[in-house]
Design a protein around this ligand. Structure first.
Ligand code: ZN
Length: 197
């Protein structure tokens, strides 16, 4: 086969989620066959993204501005914060257009067995935001997993003394990046059918 440059490209692509060595080889071939329309624009888009994309200091979303476009949007309901595990969940909810408030990305879920404690997640900034004042309701859009339930329980206990309503989206909705597979109607229904946590 080709030189080390090609091998390196295949190796890097094969490490991406959803791609294995076989898809990585096919993708590499497609890129190399059309360097002007595929390879170079991709390389340049990647460099550009690496230079400008950051985590939003307020919510943890990825954007080229900080605070992010959502946090900066004056049309958003600032009294509502939807808590998600990952940016993939935020993207899915935004694509479906079902949430008109703000978000908070935890970067995972609590897992006592897996050694993930509150300090490993973006939890303190969430509590600080809530203490900041404007929040009326926190919607937990966390996975229907043991870790999702543990995280919901932890947050619920922390917020129990406050006057803030804590709700959870409809059960059985796969989160943690898995929201992608749901159609917009199902997502909207899950958010509408939220109930006290
Ligand atoms: Zn933000």
């Amino acid at each position: 086969m080709g030189g080390p440059e090609i091998e390196r490209l295949i190796d890097l692509l094969a490490k991406l989620p959803g791609l294995g060595p076989r898809s990585a080889r096919r993708a590499t071939l497609a890129l190399l066959r059309q360097p002007q329309v595929r390879l170079l624009p991709l390389a340049s888009a990647m460099q550009q993204a690496a230079r400008v994309v950051r985590s939003c200091a307020l919510c943890g979303n990825l954007d080229s501005c900080d605070p992010c476009t959502i946090c900066n949007d004056p049309g958003r309901d600032r009294s509502l914060i939807c808590v998600v595990e990952g940016v993939g969940d935020l993207w899915a909810l935004e694509r479906a257009g079902v949430h008109r408030g703000l978000y908070h990305v935890l970067g995972g879920t609590l897992s006592p067995l897996g050694g993930v404690g509150p300090e490993d997640l973006n939890l303190s900034p969430l509590l600080a935001r809530i203490e900041g004042g404007e929040t009326r309701e926190v919607i937990l859009a966390l996975g229907a997993t043991v870790e999702g339930a543990t995280t919901a329980h932890w947050l619920n206990e922390r917020l129990a003394a406050s006057r803030i309503a804590v709700s959870r989206v409809g059960q059985g909705v796969p989160m943690g990046g898995a929201l992608d597979v749901l159609d917009d109607g199902t997502l909207a229904a899950a958010l509408t059918a939220r109930r006290p946590a």
